[in-house]
Design a protein around this ligand. Sequence first.
Ligand code: AMP
Length: 113
Amino acid sequence: MDCIFCKIVAGEVPADILYRDELVIAFRDINPEAPVHVLIIPVKHIPSLADVTEADAPLVSRMISVANRIAEQEDVAEKGYRVAINCGEQGGQLVPHLHMHLLGGRQMSGKLG
Ligand code: AMP
């Protein structure tokens, strides 16, 4: 499948991977928008948040747990951080493989869109 994030999962495209287990991987965003900008993605290809079902509850839970753990490791947990999922064209999603952005290390703006 011609998906850049699937290629990162498969090791075919290099990435700065911070975490990997059977459900998710996490790696640094190539174009960071904050001092800490990490993407947490499912190992399996899910195109977007809109494709997540009840059966994916363990996966979504793991993505959140991993985001919290990386926030601790990256030393932004205490001051706070933002987690965001863009969904679809008007949601600002550019890569069609579900991913959670973890942003921290600076004051986030009050605007979300
Ligand atoms: P989104 O707009 O929510 O789809 O975000 C996609 C994110 O993926 C952007 O922040 C990109 O900088 C990031 N990105 C795209 N290609 C790569 C890559 N090869 N390695 C790391 N991050 C990437």
